[in-house]
Design a protein around this ligand. Structure first.
Ligand SMILES: NC(=O)c1ccc[n+]([C@@H]2O[C@H](COP(=O)([O-])OP(=O)(O)OC[C@H]3O[C@@H](n4cnc5c(N)ncnc54)[C@H](O)[C@@H]3O)[C@@H](O)[C@H]2O)c1
Length: 265
């Protein structure tokens, strides 16, 4: 029987308090997995977990800073103690700074790399330590359409996501000999709070710097997408679910665009 059911599987989602991570947690919980919804902001993780819990799905909200290796190791240990394993790691935690290239500071660049690149590496290494002896596991990293094309308005974010593409391929090669699949997903545009804490969301910042109307700009961005619609967190979750399923057993070191046709490479 062909199935995407994830009963008895254990899934750790980082950035699960966000728009995309929340959508991913939602999809895996509904597929039957036990989901650990991890986020820097416990209240946001809880906001993802609470409605799912009330519907009877197995979700636990956890506070996690992906830049803290000690905290990651402690969480992995706790999950393994409780559930015996981690089957899937989905790295969705990320931050973005959008402003003209010459205005971006060194500190902003370092912080983006620390969360988007080093943070993912921290989680991959910690979880692989328990996946490798079992010769079983799937990792999915949330990359970006900006992993494929540079930008002068979110240049350092783009650099972090290009780096994450290379890291995903490299970890995929290292993990392949242990029967573990590592892939990436490149979302196009999902309307979330991404960037809000770093000065403003992308379209908000575009409006601010250009003096154009934000709603009009958002509509123009939507119309520039071949399928004429933004992606949702669940769109990304569905692709992650496929990549973590047996149907994708022969797929590794790949990056899949989920962008309504915005990118074709
Ligand atoms: N929204 C988009 O259009 C889009 C497009 C392509 C890729 N992405 C990527 O998708 C991922 C999720 O973004 P989103 O749109 O859901 O944004 P979001 O801001 O809604 O979610 C990101 C989450 O990551 C969490 N986070 C930030 N720093 C963290 C840390 N140090 N440790 C743990 N959690 C941390 C935040 O608290 C937040 O809940 C990011 O990696 C982003 O780069 C987003």
């Amino acid at each position: 029987m062909i199935t995407l059911e994830m009963t008895d599987r254990v899934t750790l989602v980082t950035g699960a308090g966000g728009g995309i991570g929340g959508g991913i947690a939602n999809v895996f919980a509904q597929a039957g997995a036990k989901v650990y919804a991890a986020d820097l902001e416990w209240e946001d993780a809880q906001a993802t977990a609470a409605p799912l819990l009330s519907e009877g799905f197995a979700v636990e909200a956890v506070e996690l800073d992906v830049t803290r290796k000690d905290r990651i190791a402690a969480l992995v240990e706790r999950i393994v103690e409780k559930d015996g394993k981690i089957d899937h790691l989905i790295n969705s935690a990320g931050i973005m700074v959008s402003k003209p290239y010459m205005e971006t500071t060194d500190d902003e660049f370092r912080k983006i790399l620390e969360v988007n690149l080093v943070g993912v590496n921290n989680c991959c290494q910690a979880v692989l330590k328990q996946m490798i002896p079992r010769r079983q596991g799937k990792i999915v990293n949330v990359l970006s359409a900006s992993s494929r094309m540079g930008s002068d308005f979110f240049s350092h974010y783009s650099a972090s996501k290009f780096g994450l593409m290379g890291l995903t391929q490299s970890i995929g090669l290292a993990a392949a000999r242990h029967n573990i699949n590592v892939n990436g997903i490149c979302p196009g545009v999902v309307i979330t709070r991404l960037g809000e804490k770093q000065g403003g969301r992308l379209i908000q910042q575009m409006a601010r710097y250009s003096g154009k109307d934000e709603a009009l700009l958002q509509e123009n961005v939507r119309k520039s997408i071949p399928l004429r619609r933004f992606q949702s967190g669940e769109d990304i979750g569905h692709t992650a679910l496929f990549l973590c399923s047996d149907l994708a057993a022969n797929i590794t070191c790949q990056a899949i665009n989920v962008c309504g046709g915005m990118r074709m490479n």
